[in-house]
Design a protein around this ligand. Sequence first.
Ligand code: MGD
Ligand code: MGD
Ligand code: SF4
Ligand code: MO
Length: 766
Amino acid sequence: MKKSPSEEPDERLTVTPPKEWAAGVPAVTHALEYSLQETSVRRAGVTLLTMNQVGGIDCPGCAWADPSPGHRHLNEYCENGAKHINDEATSRRITTDFFRRHTVSELGRRSDLWLNQQGRLTEPMVKRPDSDHYEPISWYDALGLLAEELKALDSPDEAVFYTSGRVSNEAAFLLQLFVRAFGTNNLPDCSNMCHESSGSALHETLGTGKGSVSLEDLHHADLIFLVGQNPGTNHPRQLSALEEAKGNGARIIAVNPLPEAGLLRFKNPQKPHGVVGRGVQIADRFLQIRSGGDLALFQGLNRLLLEAEDSRPGTVLDHDFVRSHTSGFEEFSQHARNIAWEDILTATSLTREEIEAVRDEVLRSKRIIVCWAMGVTQQKHGVPTVREIVNFLMLRGNLGRAGAGTCPVRGHSNVQGDRTMGIWERMPDSFLDALQQEFGFEPPRAHGLDSVNSIRAMREGRIKVFLGVAGNFVRAAPDSAVTEDAMRRCRLTAHISTKLNRSHTVCGRTALILPTLGRTELDVQATGEQFVTVENSMSEVHTSHGRLKPASKLLLSEVAILSRLARRTLDGKADIPWNEFEADYGAIRDRISHVVPGLHDFSRRVARPGGIRLPNPVNEGVFNTSVGKALFTCNAWVMSHAPEGHLLLQSLRSHDQWNTIPYTDNDRYRGIHGSRRVVLVNPQDVSQLGLAEGQRVDLVSVWADDAERRAEDFAVVPYPTTPGCAAAYYPEANVLVPLDSVAETSNQPTAKGIVVRLEPRATRPE
Ligand SMILES: Nc1nc2c(c(=O)[nH]1)N[C@H]1C(S)=C(S)[C@@H](COP(=O)(O)OP(=O)(O)OC[C@H]3O[C@@H](n4cnc5c(=O)[nH]c(N)nc54)[C@H](O)[C@@H]3O)O[C@H]1N2
Ligand SMILES: Nc1nc2c(c(=O)[nH]1)N[C@H]1C(S)=C(S)[C@@H](COP(=O)(O)OP(=O)(O)OC[C@H]3O[C@@H](n4cnc5c(=O)[nH]c(N)nc54)[C@H](O)[C@@H]3O)O[C@H]1N2
Ligand code: SF4
Ligand SMILES: [Mo]
C-alpha cells in the first residue's frame, strides 16, 4: 500500500526560518483556500459569515470568547476557526462503498490526515466479530445492539463513556443523565488530558475550577502573562484582545521555550494596519524558559515580592486582601523564602536579572492577569504550578477585581460547558442531589474513571463497552500502543462521530460508527428547527444555530442518538421523558435550569444577544474551599530533570491541525513544510549530541518501567527552543508518553516534559 503524505518522513521536508508574526492577510487567504478546497463557495460563505455572530454558528474551534454583541466584526473568526468549520462543512462523503473497498486493518495503517480527508461519515456502520469490514446497519439495530451489550454487563461500571469538548450543553446534559441513570460515573473526557491540572489546583485553592476573568478584564489589565500557550495558532482571536489591551497601555510577558509567532508580533486581519506594515509587537518581554520551569519562575517571583515588601513595608502586598480573604499566608511566606536561587535559575534557564525585571513590571502594575494552557497543565507538576500562580496573584490582591485574575485558556469550544453540565467522573454531591431531586432516581455516588484510569481498567479487562461521544480517544490518549491494546480488549467499541478517525479502526470484538450532525448543520426535530448552547472559556453561555443542509439524510443529532439509546437501554427505569427531549431541546434546557446553578430560566435568558455569563464566586469574594477562604499553598520544590545525553520533549500542535487531526503536513508559522515527523532541537544540542540537520533519528522515551517506547524516524530540525528541550507533534509523539506518567493530583497525562534520547537511525527506511 502506498504510504500517505504524513507517513512519509521527510522526503518532502523543507524548513524555512520561523515566522515572527502571526495572522494578517496571508492567514485569511490560507483559510479561504482551505474552505474552497473542502467545500463549495456557497457553503463556505454561509458558514464564515454567520460564524460567531449573534444567532449564528458558534465556531467549533477553540473556546475563546466573542466580543460583546455590539463590538463584533463582520468577519469574527480567525484563520484556524475557518479551517475547523470548513473541515466539518466539507462536501466530501464516506459511503458504504468506501467501507467495502477498505478493510478495517487497511484503514488502521492510514495516517490521521488521510482518514480525515475522506470526508463526512454518512450512515451507521457495524464491524461484526471476525469480520474485517464495516458494513451498514440501521439506526434501530445499531442502537439496539449497543443497548443490549450495556444491559448484559454484570455492572454498569463495566462501561465507559468518553466525551470530547465539541459536544453541546444539551447533548452533554443528556449523556451524563443517561449514564448516571444507567448506574455509573465512568465519564472520562478530553478535559482529563487538557486542563485537569488547572481544575484541580483552582478548586483546591479558590473553590471553583473555572477562570475568573472576562474579555473586558483582559482589555483593561496593566500586565498580562501568557504562560505555556501558543495563541497565534491555538487561540488566534486572543491576539485581538491582547492588541486591544496593549492599546489601553497593558504590558505583556510571554513565557515559553519557543519564540512562537503570535507571541512576538501580530497583524490584525480585521484592521487596515494589519494589512500593511509590521503589525503590533505583542510580548514586551519574552522569557525563554526551560521545560517545566514555570513553578520555579513563580516561586522566584513570589520570593522577590515578599522581599520587596520587607524593604518597603506596606507598599507591595495587598494586606487587606490577604487578611480578609485568604488563609495560610504565614506558612507560605516562610516556605517561599527558603527556595534557593541557584535552583530557580537552573530550573528556569533564566537569569536572576530577567526575573527581577519581571518583578519590577509586577510592582508597577495594579491589575494583573495570568493566562496559561498546555505548557503548564501537561507537566508532571502542573497542579503545583497553577497553585503557585494563584499564590502570585493573591499576594497583590489580583483576584475578584476588574482587570485582574486567572485565565486558564480552554481548548475545545464547549469543554467548559460539558463540565458545567455534569460530564465529570467526580461531580460534587450538590450536583448529584439536584439530579436526584429533578429526576427521582438515585445517581451513583462513587467516583468514576477518568481517561487514564479508563485505559488501565480496559487493559485489565474490567471494561467491556466503550462509547466515545465525539473525539478520537486512541490518538488523544497517551501511550498509543498500550491504549490501542486496551481498546481491542473491549467487547464493543462505539463512536458518535462526524468524521473518520483512527479510533474507528481500533475495534473491540464488535464496533459501531454512529454518524452525527455537526454544529454547522440544520437540526430539525418534531417540534421544528433546534439550536444548541455552548459555554466559552470565560463562562459565557450562548446559542449556536446550524445553517447548512446535513451531510446526509441518515444523520441523527447527538441529542437524538443519546435519547434513543437511553430509552432502549433503561427500559423505563427512571421517569425521564427522552422522547420529549429529542423533539424539543428547550425541554432539556428547562431541566438544566433546575439542576445547574446559575442557569435558571435558561431558554429565555440564553436567547438574548450575548447570552448568559455564569457568575464566578471568586469575583464576589466567595471562596468555596475547605476553609471558606482562598488558600495560599506551599508547593514542594521540584525540577524536571533529563539525564546526560537526554532532552525534555514536549508534544505540541502544528499551525495546521485540530488536535489529533492534521489538516496538512505543514506548520507555516514555524517554517516546517512537507512533513510532521520532525523533532525541533536547539542547535547547541544538535551539535553536542553529535547530530546533524536533517538526520533521521528515533525518539526513545525513558521511564521507570524500563519498557522502551520508540517513535521511529524523525528528522532533526535545528530550532531556537531552550537548550535541553525539544518538540515534536502530537499525536505522532503520544506513543512516547507512558500511561503512568501523570501529573500529581490531577492524573493528567504528561504530554510535555517527556525525557527522551535521540537515537540515530542506522539506515534509511524503505
Ligand atoms: N488551531 C488549533 N487550535 C486549537 C487546537 C488545535 O489543535 N489547533 N486545540 C485546542 C485545544 S483542545 C487546546 S487544549 C488548546 C491548546 O493550546 P496550547 O496550550 O497553546 O497548545 P500546545 O500546542 O500544546 O502548545 C503549548 C505551548 O506551551 C509551550 N510550552 C511547552 N512546554 C512548556 C513549559 O514547560 N513552560 C512554558 N511556559 N511553556 C511551555 C509550547 O512551546 C507551546 O507554545 O488549543 C485549542 N485550539
Ligand atoms: N501527546 C499529547 N496528547 C494530547 C494533547 C497534547 O498536547 N499532546 N492534548 C490533549 C488535549 S488538550 C485534548 S483536548 C485531547 C483532544 O482529544 P479529542 O477531543 O478526543 O480529539 P479531537 O482530535 O478533537 O477529536 C476529533 C474527532 O472528533 C469528532 N468530531 C468533531 N466534531 C464533532 C461533533 O460535532 N460531534 C461529534 N460527535 N464528533 C465530532 C470527529 O470524528 C473527529 O475525528 O487530546 C489530548 N492529547
Ligand atoms: S479564536 Fe478560536 S473560537 Fe475564535 S474563530 Fe479562532 S478558532 Fe474559532
Ligand atoms: Mo484541549
